[in-house]
Design a protein around this ligand. Structure first.
Ligand code: PPE
Length: 330
């Protein structure tokens, strides 16, 4: 005979198994830096009453560590940490760690996991104290997770070029959401657009701003080539991509003229080449937008050349850009 209390305990135990089965099993993050301590992934847990889970009050970064001849190196660590702290400032989140401490946490997490190369995800969020919209009473917490993450939109997107569709969702207007902050809540906009694009059989969504100008992808900035000039969509409502800035520099160094512009979707249709940039996406060529082939309808030669140059920079093979690297083992 089981008592009612035993039945509740048994059903709770099942619920725990279920909850963890619906958790993060698909990601092997090994050891995670969690509020100042390195712990196994299973121990880096938060309450279901976490403010950020209810209201999107988190800020994060996406960083990559690359394999180099001197071991793993973080690409543009200081720029990413600065943007993380800027995002926290925008959301009025007092970070209980200094930028130096976060830099060290990132380096330590990559080191203790022995990844040759990996993706790095620092996250800062409002924890549980009280619920209700006002986050100010809630403590600010932090973690750094790392895992291996390959081609963001799949290998086909790189080799053949990604297929894009313009989203019916408008990119966050600047007076509605802070697009310069890499805030969890902002990504509902990206999530909605990405789901529609993927469900319709495309690789990625192209988001326009409120006035119909090209904004960005759900996780990438946009470049296009026209009459041999490399155009990059101006910041406006977009995230100021660190890959974007890096690729602009690399393109100028190879002698390309680079212009920051506002552009309409029809300007993209008539471009010679298009590619997207992002930490996860790196440099991903675009072969089609809204059923129109771009240029030859394949990954463009300058896009692929810039991709190769970018990969040489991030892996330390092009020493001109070595100042962008922070070696993990020093
Ligand atoms: N725009 C958006 C909306 C964006 O999310 C990213 C990065 C960029 C532009 C490019 O920024 P940068 O990484 O500094 O070049 N997207 C991150 C998150 C992707 C995800 O799926 O999560 C990333 O690439 O890490």
């Amino acid at each position: 005979m089981t008592t009612a209390a035993e039945a509740v305990a048994a059903s709770n135990a099942k619920a725990v198994v279920k909850a963890s089965a619906g958790g993060d099993q698909g990601i092997d993050a090994g050891l995670i830096w969690f509020n100042g301590k390195i712990v196994p992934q299973e121990e880096a847990q938060v309450s279901v009453l976490t403010h950020a889970l209810h209201y999107g009050t988190s800020v994060f970064e996406g960083i990559r560590a690359y394999s180099t001849s001197r071991g793993p190196a973080i690409f543009r660590l200081h720029e990413h940490t600065q943007r993380l702290f800027d995002s926290a400032l925008i959301l009025r989140m007092p970070v209980p760690f200094s930028q130096d401490e976060v830099n060290r946490a990132i380096l330590d997490t990559v080191r203790v996991n022995n990844w040759p190369a990996c993706y790095v995800r620092p996250l800062i969020w409002r924890g549980g104290q009280t619920l209700g919209v006002n986050p100010l009473p809630c403590p600010v917490q932090a973690m750094v997770a790392t895992w291996e993450w390959g081609a963001y939109l799949g290998d086909d997107a790189i080799n053949k070029g990604a297929r894009l569709i313009t989203s019916a969702w408008v990119r966050l207007p600047a007076n509605a959401m802070p697009g310069k902050a890499k805030a969890g809540g902002n990504y509902v906009n990206s999530v909605l657009a990405r789901m529609d694009a993927v469900s319709a059989g495309f690789d990625e969504a192209l988001l326009l701003d409120q006035s119909g100008f090209v904004a960005e992808g759900t996780g990438e900035n946009i470049f296009f080539l026209k009459k041999g000039v490399l155009h990059v969509i101006s910041h406006s409502v977009n995230l100021e991509g660190i890959t974007r800035a890096s690729v602009m520099q690399i393109a100028r160094d190879m002698g390309l003229e680079v212009q920051e512009v506002m552009a309409t979707r029809d300007q993209l249709y008539a471009a010679e080449e298009i590619f997207m940039t992002g930490t996860a996406a790196e440099v991903t060529p675009v072969s089609e937008i809204d059923y129109r082939p771009i240029g030859s309808g394949k990954a463009g030669p300058i896009s692929l050349d810039l991709r190769q140059r970018y990969l040489k920079a991030v892996t330390g093979q092009d020493t001109r850009y070595e100042h962008w690297l922070t070696y993990v083992n020093v």
